[in-house]
Design a protein around this ligand. Sequence first.
Ligand code: GLP
Length: 262
Amino acid sequence: MRVVIQEDYQKMCQWAANYIAGKIKAHKGERPFVLGLPTGSSPLGVYAELIRKNKAGEISFKNVVTFNMDEYVGLPREHDQSYWYFMWSNFFDHIDIPKDNVNILNGMAEDLEAECARYEAKIASYGGIDLFLGGIGVDGHLAFNEPFTSLTSRTGVRLLTTDTRIVNSRFFGNDPEKVPASALSVGIGTVTDSKEVLVLISGHNKARALAATVEGGVSQKWTGSALQAHNAAIIACDEPACGELTVDTYKYFLDIEKNERL
Ligand code: GLP
């Protein structure tokens, strides 16, 4: 696992956007580049920078297919807190991606299990995901895989913990009861099957999650820790998120990364 420590949120986002753009540009062949994407506050700066690069003609998303990580159950697309709405308003509406290349789980599907199976099959039909960009919850959850979700889980229905509903209530008028109690989410196994995984971890409130994800053992208690067993996982983080790392670990990653290119 690589841990790329940047001074602040902006620099972390800049680094991640450069990394993603580099991968898209380097991609050759007719098969599209398949990109997994998250919602949340963490990726906003990355999306802003990718939009800038797209508008400046530095990259194109014409040959990119995306799969989002998760979606609330029971929120229609046009609800301003649906992840569908989030993704279109914060990213897809501003880049040159063909509409049909965007995949987002449908939390309003009549048969939710069938919807999840369809999603997994569609990912497989492209030959898997090239790069999965992710964020992490304060309890270390990756996508909506709360603590104790199996590390081999696939796309499915997830119940949200009270903690997560409280954290996410900031988008629902600070009322945790208004946050849907369940969601559809790719599994930890779905994410770790990707060729590469890049997870953004920013801010003091994620410091415990970062330390557990990187320094703790691989454990279903911190589902993001499954990345330790991945061949090509990167965590991009900022200084405030490093507050709970041991000094040794912190110094190790600064040292080892100083000669790395992107
Ligand atoms: C939600 C999402 C996750 C996201 C997490 C962190 O629970 N389901 O995919 O990573 O929030 O969000 P933020 O980046 O806003 O801290």
